[in-house]
Design a protein around this ligand. Structure first.
Ligand code: SF4
Ligand code: SF3
Length: 546
């Protein structure tokens, strides 16, 4: 096992025997084997696409996206579920290989294409295909940076796909990128270009998901979200999948059961289509890492539609109340399958909720959100006026992820220390570090504008591009917008690469720079894009705001 894909990696170097996240040694290795098989599949489909022959690309695309997603930090801890995906990828690879050969497609010689194995061989095979297989530290860094970007991209593509929105150009790119990092033919410069290209496809996939979400559920609008509780039993839904959110609301309506969001599902409260459900009460709790306490007091069942799962402690009373679906999984949690049409039956969760106590209140009152691009642009005049008059000196993008490391209190302190003529633009679960602070407003514009989930960082890019146009600027970096981003897992990686691909410079990233950036690769990012880590609150306020 060697994993260094997230911000909490051991010693900021790499997890070797067990993940800090709780991922065990064999499951981590098995994920390496799964990725290796995806690379093999991608090499075959890329060759077939180039040859212009017919093939079952759809199954390959779907398999690649879902499996990449399952290896994202805190999505899936279940060896059996990953082994099933490995079975499927070996079978799919064999089938595609046969199709390619039958159609006379020349395939490059690569072990990722030819390797086959049976379940009893998986653990042994996995040991030879891990991240350290690439011995050059800089090439490894660039390849893994690409792969982590692809994981985030795959997650967003999967959500869009479940709403019926797909883009074959994106699928073909993911396969070509996997092909390129595996074939070993690219120089460091070419790999750097691939990293940026991954970012530009990150913009495309976020735009696709934005279209899928807004055409399905309406444009997010300014919303006061209740953070208290009602007096009926509830179901807590976490993760990012809005299709699941819709199905849960439909199936719980009229059952006497309430629905609450947790962590990254909070922004579901901003969508017009979900607001019409009276039993959709609001949001319970905070970011993912507080779940061990918050799931205890919630008292009812919990549904994980994606990451972030924290392994429950041995004595956790909620252990039997947790369900997973999609790419998410945890040994002992019940898994909800979908039928061929994408429909899921949540009746077991609803039946369990009926036997549970209502949630115990841990907070009361409300928070405000719903500042995605459509809403913000509808008040563009007001925003531009506030900027021109000097009422708003700067916007500070503080998007990204939250996490349990102590150093993350920096983001709360930074938000508190910001001068009162600055406005925070946020998205992702990073917001829970400051979205309940009494930061006030500027002429009716709240000082924390939440655009939504991490993928809604796209909204912040749309807003920036629009402001640039309205203000007649020739460079996005001339806007009064600065970036102080918190990262944790691989969705933040695709968001960061997307921002870089849009030409945004001088982004600060914390609480630590990724361990997977080798010193040379970090230097390229620092020299060309002005990427920086975080310092003390005082220093950073000076650098970013003064
Ligand atoms: Fe370690 Fe993060 Fe990998 Fe988990 S996902 S094993 S914490 S680097
Ligand atoms: Fe959070 Fe996991 Fe990243 Fe979607 S839920 S932002 S950490």
């Amino acid at each position: 096992m060697f994993c260094y894909q997230c911000q909490e990696t051991a010693g900021n170097k790499g997890c070797l025997l067990k993940g800090v996240c709780g991922k065990d040694y064999s499951t981590a290795n098995l994920m390496d084997l799964l990725i290796f098989n995806l690379k093999g599949i991608a090499i075959i489909t890329t060759a077939m696409r180039r040859a212009g022959v017919a093939a079952d690309y759809r199954t390959a695309d779907k398999t690649i996206m879902e499996s990449l997603f399952a290896t994202i930090t805190n999505a899936n801890f279940d060896y059996t579920s990953i082994a099933k995906r490995v079975d499927n990828t070996f079978a799919l690879k064999a089938r595609l290989l046969q199709e390619a050969t039958a159609q006379g497609v020349q395939l490059p010689a690569n072990e990722a294409v030819t390797m086959q194995g049976s379940p009893e061989e998986y653990d042994r095979l996995a040991l030879g295909v891990g991240i350290l297989r690439e011995t050059n530290e800089d090439l490894r860094s660039l390849k893994e940076l690409t792969i982590y970007g692809l994981k985030g991209l795959a997650a967003y593509a999967e959500h869009a796909g479940r709403l019926g929105y797909e883009d074959d150009e994106i699928n073909a790119f993911v396969e070509r990128a996997l092909h390129d990092v595996t074939m070993g033919l690219l120089s460091a410069d070419e790999l750097t270009a691939l990293v940026l290209e991954t970012g530009s496809f990150g913009v495309k996939v976020m735009a696709l998901l934005d279209k899928a979400n807004t055409e399905s559920f309406g444009h997010p609008e300014i919303t006061e979200v209740n953070i208290g509780v009602g007096n009926r039993p509830g179901i807590l839904i976490s993760g990012h999948d809005l299709k699941d959110m819709e199905m849960l609301l439909e199936q719980t309506e009229g059952t006497g059961i309430d629905v609450y969001t947790h962590s990254e599902m909070l922004p579901a409260n901003y969508y017009p289509k979900f607001k019409k459900y009276k039993h959709f009460i609001g949001n319970y709790g905070n970011a993912w890492w507080k779940q061990r306490e918050e799931f205890e007091t919630f008292n009812g069942p919990i549904l994980f539609t994606t990451n972030c799962i924290v392994p429950p402690t041995a004595g956790a009373s909620y252990r039997d109340r947790v369900y997973t679906t999609n790419a998410a999984g945890y040994p002992g949690f019940k898994y909800i399958e979908s039928d061929a049409a994408g429909h899921k039956d949540f009746s077991e969760i609803i039946a369990m909720a009926k036997t549970c106590q209502p949630p115990t209140a841990i907070e009361s009152g409300s928070i405000i959100g719903g500042f995605a691009h459509h809403q913000v642009l509808s008040m563009a005049d007001k925003v531009v006026e506030a900027v021109s008059s000097g009422a708003i000196r700067k916007f500070v993008v503080m998007s990204g992820c939250d996490g349990r490391q102590k150093g993350r209190s920096y983001f709360t302190e930074f938000a508190e220390a910001l001068p009162s003529d600055t406005v925070i633009l946020t998205s992702g679960c990073a917001k829970f570090r400051y979205n309940k602070l009494p930061l006030g407003d500027i002429g009716g514009i709240p000082r924390v504008l939440d655009a939504g989930q991490c993928n809604d960082s796209y909204s912040l890019a749309v807003i920036a591009l629009k402001l640039k146009e309205v203000m007649g600027l020739d460079d996005i970096n001339k806007l009064p917008i600065v970036y102080n981003i918190a990262w944790y897992e691989q969705k933040a990686v695709i968001v960061l690469l997307a921002l870089l691909s849009l030409g945004i410079k001088n982004i600060h990233v914390g609480p630590t720079l990724p361990a997977f950036l080798s010193p040379n690769v970090a230097k390229v990012l620092i020299d060309n894009f002005g990427i920086a880590g975080i310092g003390t609150v005082e220093e950073d306020i000076k650098t970013l705001i003064a």
